[in-house]
Design a protein around this ligand. Structure first.
Ligand SMILES: *[C@@H]1O[C@H](CO)[C@@H](O)[C@H](O)[C@H]1NC(C)=O
Ligand SMILES: *[C@@H]1O[C@H](CO)[C@@H](O)[C@H](O)[C@H]1NC(C)=O
Ligand SMILES: *[C@@H]1O[C@H](CO)[C@@H](O)[C@H](O)[C@H]1NC(C)=O
Ligand SMILES: *[C@@H]1O[C@H](CO)[C@@H](O)[C@H](O)[C@H]1NC(C)=O
Ligand SMILES: *[C@@H]1O[C@H](CO)[C@@H](O)[C@H](O)[C@H]1NC(C)=O
Ligand SMILES: *[C@@H]1O[C@H](CO)[C@@H](O)[C@H](O)[C@H]1NC(C)=O
Length: 414
């Protein structure tokens, strides 16, 4: 009797082994126990850039004409006066209104290192100055859960100065990277995570793929701090420049480069979200709304800005549903600039700023622009708000990491 039972047990075990083996081979069980790999799209200023110079003339005697490859973004040394003037000269773009494309200044070559690995989107500075942390907090949190850099978590950096209309090669590379990541992880769907401007690129990318392709390769998309309706801050940047955030760069000097970026124009507040009579800029002479861009760019002395806006505003203007499950994460309750008042020195001074709701950089209505997708696609659209989650600092916030780990990747539920 005992002997018989054992024999049956053994047969049962053999049976189970065969079934599990078959499931593994066909991928049924395999898929469930596999982690969804992650591809990270950085935001504005969110990846490293390398430059090399071979110039025949320089604007200041202390600027270099010839260099081998060096880190131009980000290296604190670049911001030190007076060399910051060379930096601004090299990091600007030059617009050609016939071809409607931008190029590097003469003798400047800039490349985006590290497509595929995560290192250049984890830290903005190759020497890891602590204030240049970028995706590192999230990547570390994923690695603690068993993710592996370069295999199950990968980076997709791009030249953040440009807009999607000048990034055709990037989108090809991104598509190939997602497919490769899917196959090298046992045919497991990919979770796309993007931050800030990266959300404009992510949306544009998804809007230009077939539904069949998305169903096969994309598990979900996580737009973090998505400025899909633009940000008024960009209007101040076009008028008076911005100090690049934390560094001792004079805003008016930085303006010379920042104005030339198609990605800046892409982030101008969308007319669909700002009312016709809603002044964004107030000056003694006149007010400017989201419907006055032509005269605004003219009055701030940068007519090219209007050309850039015409090129880029159709790209994401519709804020069209991406056709994949969406987990939007953004901050709130951080004072966010909303309206600017200038005196007679407009635009060559910093304005008086009126603050409103948002994440400190992006206005609330823009962060919430994607909620209309709830009625426009059958896939779920879920919003998660983090009170006090500042636009950039939110990437290091453990509340965000936990949400991605538990709710998006569902790592603790299996
Ligand atoms: C630098 O530019 C000069 C003149 O345009 C050219 O002859 C030379 O080959 C360039 N050097 C490099 C290293 O590209
Ligand atoms: C292109 O730029 C030039 C010089 O700024 C200007 O004279 C011309 O009108 C522009 N052309 C178009 C089509 O905008
Ligand atoms: C720019 O540099 C990259 C990397 O060194 C090189 O492959 C490319 O050919 C260069 N482009 C130009 C226009 O010099
Ligand atoms: C990821 O790739 C980068 C660049 O190829 C390499 O420097 C780094 O060591 C790799 N990291 C791991 C964990 O394999
Ligand atoms: C500009 O906007 C402010 C605030 O909305 C308003 O008080 C003022 O009358 C406007 N000025 C003009 C010239 O329209
Ligand atoms: C993360 O966000 C939460 C919720 O707003 C906040 O309480 C916490 O202080 C933040 N943590 C960090 C490390 O910023």
């Amino acid at each position: 009797m005992l002997f018989l039972l054992k024999k049956i047990d053994l047969l049962f075990i053999v049976f189970v082994v065969i079934v599990v083996d078959t499931l593994l081979t066909t991928g049924t069980l395999h898929q469930q126990s596999k982690r969804n790999p992650v591809v990270l799209l950085p935001g504005d200023g969110g990846c490293q850039l390398r430059a090399s110079l071979n110039k025949s003339e320089v604007p200041h005697f202390y600027c270099k004409e010839h260099t081998s490859e060096y880190s131009i973004w980000l290296d604190v040394g670049e911001f030190v006066p007076p060399f910051v003037n060379c930096f601004i000269e090299n990091i600007r773009l030059v617009y050609d209104n016939t071809t409607r494309t931008s190029s590097f200044p003469p003798g400047v070559n800039i490349t985006v290192p590290g497509f595929g690995p995560t290192s250049t989107v984890e830290w903005l500075d190759p020497s890891h100055e602590s204030f240049t942390k970028y995706y590192v907090g999230l990547v570390n949190a994923l690695v603690a859960k068993g993710y592996v850099r370069n295999t199950t978590v990968r980076g997709a950096p791009y030249d953040f100065r440009r807009a999607p209309n000048e990034a055709a090669q990037y989108f090809k590379d991104l598509k190939a990277l997602i497919e490769e990541t899917y196959y090298m992880n046992g045919n497991t769907k990919v979770v796309m995570i993007s931050h800030s401007l990266g959300c404009m690129f992510g949306l544009y990318f998804l809007n230009h793929q077939d539904q069949d392709w998305k169903d096969k390769f994309i598990q979900s998309w996580v737009p973090i701090a998505p400025p899909l309706g633009g940000a008024t801050k960009i209007i101040r940047l076009y008028a008076s420049g911005d100090d690049f955030g934390v560094w001792a760069v004079e805003a008016l000097k930085a303006r010379k480069a920042q104005r030339t970026y198609p990605s800046s124009a892409l982030l101008a507040p969308l007319q669909r979200l700002w009312a016709k009579d809603e002044a964004i800029v107030i000056t003694p002479k006149r007010n400017y709304t989201a419907y006055d861009y032509q005269v605004f760019f003219n009055d701030v002395g940068y007519e090219t800005g209007y050309e850039l806006w015409k090129d880029t505003s159709p790209l994401n203007n519709e804020v069209k549903a991406p056709g994949v499950p969406v987990f939007s994460i953004h901050g709130k309750d951080v004072p966010t600039e909303e309206q600017y008042t200038y005196g007679d020195e407009f635009p060559d001074v910093q304005p008086k700023i009126k603050f409103g709701q948002g994440d400190g950089t992006v206005n609330m209505r823009s962060l919430k622009a994607l909620l209309k997708w709830k009625n426009e696609q059958k896939q779920p659209v879920i919003e998660y708000e983090i009170s006090g989650g500042e636009h950039l600092a939110i990437l290091q916030n453990s509340t965000l990491h936990d949400y991605i780990i538990n709710k998006v990747l569902q790592l603790n539920s299996t």
